[in-house]
Design a protein around this ligand. Structure first.
Ligand SMILES: *Cc1c(COP(=O)(O)O)cnc(C)c1O
Length: 476
């Protein structure tokens, strides 16, 4: 397929614009020459993007069991709400009294998501999950600093953590201390006990963790950290398993981020915009980025918390994402939110059970919203790897699960069906997974050759990562 820059010819363009009827102004541009933009008619442009859209696989095309990332169907009414003119035709610098509805959206969302997570205050400024982690860690840092306790430089992170956790801790100026997981996939409590000390700033953890296991020692774990003088950070990127069922605040966590673009309805995978809402207990609220919305008798106001760490993004963050999350929470309500979580867990256990007929599970069930398969034995017996199975799935219209993550499981495939898939869809997917297991034994070469029915075959993924070509150069 040709790039849009390789299509069209000078003179072909959209000529619907009326002639200019105001004085022309010369635009001062730092460019030496005009950019080489393609010249296409509306028909060509529409066909180009329609062709591209047909080559993409999304939740609207088929099953997308991407573990850790909650690729679920998001009700379209959430899009309609986010598109209401009162939300889209506003300017962030408008006087407060003219945007009271929008401020109320932020205020109500903070209240409801606070209720779901067990937190007292929230900011919607961070643009994504990792950005939320960074913000939450800065809150922890500011908290210790404000108490004059500046020797706390270490953040403890289990080895099953999402890769963004240690990266965010380092960016926030901390040193990372890794704690190992036990054979059950949970934190090794004794190792944690010996890792804490007067230099412990805090812990970053997700529960259920990235292998889909709920850590039963969670109260003991957060107590060990608190007793050592540290604070507990909950990676709530994916809250699908527990929302409305248990609250991170009740597990002993002081600060959390939520990926509104995973659990709370903004579709993701296309690169944004997202929102990594950060909630915290009252002790961290004075440090939140400003402005936050305060409700008074005379309506909602924007205010900067007393010891604010400052802004982490312009204005109030990606507002449309918050509108979608609020719509989602209000539509599902007090019964619907836990029901979605329980169905996510039920679906994952259903698939785990069916697939364990042939595949080896990394950890014994039951699981929470996702589970991890360990394909080392399949690879040893047939030569077919987790990558080969993933490529085989593509030929059946299924997006592969998360591969080779978490790092503590080798040949990992991590599956998260989500609550929005029917039993029929999951059964079809299980049939495909099981058929590929048989194919690996009967004709491994067929799997090494997969995919054969996709627009492109196997790509050089290492090459693409090491030598990314991100810019089009004419006549290259
Ligand atoms: C997705 C994810 C993140 C990172 O979120 P981004 O929005 O991609 O920055 C962090 N932690 C976990 C557990 C996740 O699943």
């Amino acid at each position: 397929m040709k790039l849009i820059f390789e299509k069209g010819a000078p003179g072909q363009h959209l000529s619907l614009l009326p002639a200019c009827d105001v004085p022309e102004v010369e635009i001062v541009s730092p460019r030496a020459e005009a950019p080489e933009l393609p010249h296409l008619s509306e028909t060509e442009l529409t066909r180009h993007y329609t062709a591209l859209a047909k080559r993409v696989h999304g939740v609207n095309d088929g099953f997308y069991p991407l573990g850790s990332c909650t690729m679920k169907y998001n009700p379209k009414i959430n899009e309609d709400m986010a598109n209401l003119p009162g939300f889209t035709n506003i300017h962030p610098l408008q006087p407060e009294e003219t945007v009271q509805g929008c401020l109320e959206v932020l205020h109500t969302s903070a209240k409801l998501l606070g209720e779901i997570t067990g937190m007292d205050a929230m900011t919607f400024q961070p643009a994504a999950g990792a950005h939320g982690e960074f913000t939450g860690l800065l809150l922890i840092k500011a908290y210790h600093k404000n108490r004059g306790d500046e020797k706390r430089t270490k953040i403890i992170i289990p080895d099953s953590a999402h890769g963004t956790n240690p990266a965010s801790a380092v960016m926030a100026g901390f040193t990372v201390v890794n704690v190992p997981s036990g054979p059950d996939g949970c934190v090794d409590v004794e190792a944690l006990r010996s890792a804490v000390g007067p230099d412990t700033a805090g812990l970053m953890l997700t529960n259920p963790n990235t292998v889909g296991i709920f850590d039963r020692n969670i109260l003991e774990i957060t107590k060990i950290i608190h007793d050592a003088g540290g604070l507990c950070y909950y990676d709530g990127a994916n809250l699908n398993a527990v929302m409305g069922v248990v609250r991170p605040g009740d597990m002993g966590f002081d600060v959390i981020h939520l990926n509104l673009h995973k659990t709370f309805s903004t579709p993701h995978g296309g690169g944004g915009p997202g929102a990594g809402a950060v909630g915290c207990k009252a002790l961290l609220a004075p440090f939140l980025p400003g402005p936050v919305v305060e409700e008074t008798e005379n309506g909602c106001h924007l205010a900067v918390p007393e010891h604010s760490i400052g802004r982490v993004k312009n204005f109030c963050g990606n507002f449309g994402v918050v509108v979608r999350a609020l719509t989602y929470v209000l539509t599902l309500g007090q019964e619907g939110i836990p029901e979605a979580a329980k169905n996510a867990v039920l679906n994952a256990n259903y698939m785990m059970k069916r697939l364990s007929e042939k595949y080896t599970m990394a950890y014994a069930g039951p699981c929470m919203h996702e589970f991890v398969m360990d394909l080392q034995d399949l690879k040893a017996a047939t030569g077919c790897s987790a990558m080969d199975i993933a490529k085989g799935l593509l030929d059946h219209g299924i997006h592969p699960p998360t591969m080779y993550f978490p790092l503590i499981v080798h040949e990992a495939l991590m599956i998260e069906p989500t609550e929005t898939e029917s039993r029929e869809t999951m059964d079809e997917a299980c049939d495909v997974f099981l058929a590929l297991w048989d194919l690996a034994h009967e004709n491994p070469q067929a799997l090494h050759d997969a995919p054969t029915r996709t627009p492109v075959r196997r790509l050089d993924e290492v090459g693409a990562a090491r030598n990314p070509v991100l810019k089009y150069t004419p006549n290259d």
